[in-house]
Design a protein around this ligand. Structure first.
Ligand SMILES: *[C@@H]1O[C@H](CO)[C@@H](O)[C@H](O)[C@H]1NC(C)=O
Ligand SMILES: *[C@@H]1O[C@H](CO)[C@@H](O)[C@H](O)[C@H]1NC(C)=O
Ligand SMILES: *[C@@H]1O[C@H](CO)[C@@H](O)[C@H](O)[C@H]1NC(C)=O
Ligand SMILES: *[C@@H]1O[C@H](CO)[C@@H](O)[C@H](O)[C@H]1NC(C)=O
Ligand SMILES: *[C@@H]1O[C@H](CO)[C@@H](O)[C@H](O)[C@H]1NC(C)=O
Ligand SMILES: *[C@@H]1O[C@H](CO)[C@@H](O)[C@H](O)[C@H]1NC(C)=O
Ligand SMILES: *[C@@H]1O[C@H](CO)[C@@H](O)[C@H](O)[C@H]1NC(C)=O
Ligand SMILES: *[C@@H]1O[C@H](CO)[C@@H](O)[C@H](O)[C@H]1NC(C)=O
Ligand SMILES: *[C@@H]1O[C@H](CO)[C@@H](O)[C@H](O)[C@H]1NC(C)=O
Length: 785
């Protein structure tokens, strides 16, 4: 969402803060869509025309600015309204909340259970704050561009891993009775010109258009949204950008044909904040709620609300469509039992937010007095710490550098080790693509950031650890001082030099390069020049540049992503081997930016209103599919990550395919949210044996890749695609059999001319291994008889 609150002054109104707090009311549990739709229909049938308009027209009015958008209450029917809050990694703009690991961090765990448990914990905090809807999870952007400002909010550029993550996240959030809003639909891959703007001469410049072919949409960008719908996502947020010429929020190919027809999505489509640019065309092409709606009266008009009423009265939006919109909005509310004992909105988020915008003592404070926040963190620090460690990827470990022993002399270096000198919120959207100089990043910036109630820094955690066994810590945090290379204050040279470096990413601006920031590259080289045991930890949004990776004195590298508020404890657990590093890369690290594939579009194709065009000519070939197709050697490949033990896999791969499979979906089995039921039928099973051949317990992540037959699929078919993974814990010497189950969708391609999924004839190759480039066993078989 856009954080410059245009027109905020127009909506201020005072709400009494007295309320009953219902923190402990348990969610009622999901009921079926059909029962919920019935209740919603009955509810809507009792509404007046203007009430129906209200149900689909967002605003900020609902209690005390504590929600980032809301649907107003209809008290005569006992409807308290709907409160929406950012964002995917915790409750934004609030006090008494946890900062969870970001999407890319939890994807790097490759652990379905952890992804699910994170989502449950997030859902619990939203519920306790009285927010009905989490604006998350995100799988758009996926990460077509390594420099994309928001890639870290989602689960990475592989649709299978992202799909599994969407399912686990939606399921986890909704198990707490809170609605998941899966976003941003679709092909929302860059921040630059992501939405419309105005040129200096006053002409409107449209948002960038992502021009993507139908097959690529189905097999890549839309794929994880199908998992979200299958999992029962309540709502889907359409994106700022245009797709093939039309705004995402006014694109019937995406919203109606794909989402509501092909996937049979029964919930509602909500616009990203200020992504609605019209009334009847948006409503008629498939948008169900405009956000933030009424707030924009000063900055520009709301397009729903009174204008929608006029359009309905004029017959250009049918009342039938309005009823459909209203029913869609109300169905998830009833499905999750939100009509029954949902906690009230915590009013404290209003003053927290206003204070961040305007500081203390602004005239507005009179309307939004400080009130103590509900502390909703519970025991969530434990899961945050666990995921922070499990999402850390060990990329290099030589000379037995890790795990650390009880060295008596440890160095902590680098500007990422300490508490942020800017304070508890990294919220500088649209400005500084490099973030702030001093302080750790445990999360990125923008609407997806979360304010810190607590933060355990790497410096604190390492100091506590080293003191526990009587060692000492020498500290040098200023990268410029480190870069000088003199280390005048350091004596003797530490046995282990822990260097913490960082890269920022935020909504609103793409990264200017893949480099770690603040002279970090030179800082590695100068540290390594005096310290032959330099251990580099990176806190960053994903793909970063590591020109120093082969330096002989850099003995270990850890990609710790944005791990959330327990960042210091999580990395300390891994460094000292309390926890095995078990993360694997959910993206590829290239040697150079140029190797990675399509870069951000930096300028319009032509000087015209719709000059910004991004042509997805590479089709499905992003990330590892690009490296495979172009035969480029990555620095560290998709799926890679080391452990403190080692694993092996049997050569034998067993593949079992359902006999007599038809090439086409059996449509007679019916359709439900997620699409044709038969698309989700299990049609193949692959089994392989994995062993721990090292001397410690550890987690293996066996991965299954599938090469589709090239001669019976259209051009552009990737060399191979991920179609299965498991995370398994193995004791030293232990072996276990791992099974991957494949659905019909997993072995089908989208035929754009027939508009259907097809299992191709010919030989498939199944490949299992420990990364996309470490394949241990393969088996070739056709799937159709
Ligand atoms: C709506 O009206 C029907 C009668 O048409 C009534 O039975 C029902 O209780 C009403 N529902 C609500 C939510 O008020
Ligand atoms: C926005 O304005 C419309 C039209 O006046 C109204 O129906 C709706 O309830 C308002 N929404 C909110 C949340 O205030
Ligand atoms: C989706 O996630 C839930 C909860 O983790 C799990 O029970 C279910 O099997 C998953 N569904 C699919 C299709 O993977
Ligand atoms: C694109 O927008 C135009 C103008 O509103 C509309 O006529 C057309 O149906 C839209 N196409 C799609 C695919 O939504
Ligand atoms: C290292 O120190 C910890 C206390 O922090 C202690 O529990 C452990 O036994 C020590 N390990 C060795 C190998 O001395
Ligand atoms: C550090 O980087 C800044 C620009 O980012 C540069 O001006 C400065 O000279 C660098 N310092 C050193 C010691 O390299
Ligand atoms: C590695 O460390 C040794 C010993 O301190 C030093 O002589 C050498 O120059 C270092 N190498 C690099 C590449 O910094
Ligand atoms: C657009 O106009 C600017 C300024 O007049 C010019 O520098 C630029 O080359 C033009 N771009 C294109 C694509 O024509
Ligand atoms: C497969 O189809 C053939 C021909 O239709 C039939 O004879 C055979 O029994 C089928 N096999 C199975 C396992 O269903």
């Amino acid at each position: 969402m856009l954080t410059k609150l245009r027109g905020i002054f127009s909506v201020l109104s005072v709400f009494a803060a007295s309320e009953t707090v219902l923190l402990s009311a348990p969610p009622r549990g999901e009921t079926s869509w059909s029962e919920a739709i019935e209740k919603a229909s009955e509810f809507v049938s009792n509404l007046t025309l203007t009430e129906k308009i209200g149900v689909v027209s967002g605003g900020y009015l609902y209690p005390s600015l504590a929600c980032v958008g809301s649907i107003g209450p209809i008290s005569r029917l006992g409807f308290d309204g709907i409160c929406f809050s950012d964002g995917p990694a915790g409750v934004a703009r609030s006090d008494g909340v946890s900062v969870f690991p970001s999407g890319i961090t939890v994807a790097a765990t490759w652990d379905r259970e952890l992804i699910y448990r994170r989502a449950v914990a997030i859902g619990e905090e939203f519920r306790a704050k009285g927010a009905h809807v989490v604006l998350g999870p995100s799988t758009g952007p996926m990460g077509r561009h390594a420099r994309g400002g928001r890639n870290w909010e989602g689960f990475g550029p592989d649709p299978y891993l992202a799909g599994v993550s969407m399912n686990a996240s939606v399921s986890g959030i909704q198990s707490t009775g809170v609605q998941a809003c899966s976003k941003h639909l679709v092909a929302n891959e860059q921040e630059l010109q992501r939405t419309s703007s105005t040129a200096e001469d006053g002409t409107a410049i449209e948002a960038i258009s992502s021009n993507v072919d139908d097959r690529t949409l189905h097999e890549l960008y839309l794929w994880p949204f199908a998992d979200a719908v299958k999992a029962g996502t309540s709502t889907i947020m359409c994106a700022y950008n245009r797709v093939n010429g039309n705004y995402s929020c006014a694109n019937s190919d995406i919203l109606t044909t794909f989402l509501k027809e092909e996937l049979a999505f029964p919930g509602y489509v909500i616009s990203d904040w200020f992504a609605t640019h019209g009334t009847e065309n948006f409503a008629n092409e498939g948008l169900d709620i405009e956000m933030p709606g009424n707030v924009s009266t000063l900055a520009g008009p709301a397009y729903f609300g009174d204008r929608l009423l006029e359009a309905v009265n004029d017959g250009i939006v049918s009342e039938e469509r309005l009823d459909d919109m209203a029913k869609r909005v109300m169905s998830p509310y009833f499905r999750l039992g939100q009509d029954d004992s949902f906690p009230t909105v915590d009013p404290s988020s209003g003053p927290v937010f206003l204070t961040y915008q305007f500081g203390h003592g602004s005239p507005l404070s009179a309307y939004y007095p400080e009130v103590d926040a509900r502390d909703v963190r519970g025991e969530h620090a434990a899961i945050i710490r666990e995921i922070g460690a499990a999402g850390t990827v060990l990329l290099k470990n030589i000379n037995g550098a890790l795990p650390l022993t009880n060295s008596s002399n440890v160095g902590v270096f680098g500007n990422d080790a300490l508490y942020p000198t800017v304070g508890s919120v990294y919220f500088d959207i649209g400005g500084h693509s490099e973030g702030f100089e001093w302080g750790t990043y445990d999360i990125g910036g923008g609407s997806g950031t979360v304010r810190h109630t607590d933060l355990v820094t790497p410096l604190e955690a390492v100091q506590e650890k080293v003191k526990s066994f009587g060692g000492r810590v020498q500290i040098l945090l200023d990268n410029d001082k480190i870069t000088e290379g003199l280390f005048k204050t350091i004596y003797p040279v530490p046995e282990a030099c822990l260097l913490f470096l960082k890269a920022y990413a935020t909504e609103g601006v793409d990264r200017s390069s893949l480099d770690l920031e603040w002279n970090a590259t030179q800082a590695v080289e100068s540290t390594a020049a005096i310290c032959p045991n330099t251990i580099v930890t990176i806190h960053g949004p994903g793909v970063v540049h590591m020109p120093w990776a082969d330096n002989e004195n850099v003995t270990a590298i850890l990609a710790a992503h944005y791990p959330g508020e327990e960042t210091g404890n999580a990395i300390t657990d891994v460094l000292w081997g309390i926890v095995e590093p078990s993360g694997r890369l959910p993206y590829t690290i290239p040697k150079t930016l140029a190797d990675y594939g399509p870069d951000i579009v930096e300028s319009p194709e032509r000087n015209a209103t719709d000059g910004w065009q991004s042509n997805f000519d590479e089709g499905q070939l992003i990330d590892y599919r690009h490296f495979d197709a172009k035969d480029i050697e990555p620095l560290y490949e998709f799926g890679f990550g080391m452990s403190y033990t080692s694993f092996d896999m049997s050569d034998a791969l067993e593949v079992d395919v359902t006999a007599n499979l038809s090439a086409l979906v059996d449509e007679s089995q019916g359709i439900e949210p997620g699409g044709f039921i038969d698309l989700w039928t299990r049609v193949a099973r692959v089994a392989v044996e994995v062993s721990n051949i090292g001397s410690r317990t550890g987690h293996a992540v066996p991965q299954l890749y599938v090469a589709f037959p090239q001669d019976t699929t259209p051009e552009g078919t990737p060399v191979k695609v991920l179609r299965g993974f498991h995370k398994v814990s193995l004791d030293a010497g232990e072996s276990i059999a791992v099974q991957f189950e494949l659905t019909r969708r997993d072995v089908s391609f989208w035929d754009p001319s027939a508009k259907q999924w097809v299992v191709p004839e010919g030989a498939f190759t199944f490949m299992a291994g420990f990364s996309s480039r470490d394949l241990k066993s393969t088996f070739e078989t056709s799937i159709l008889a």
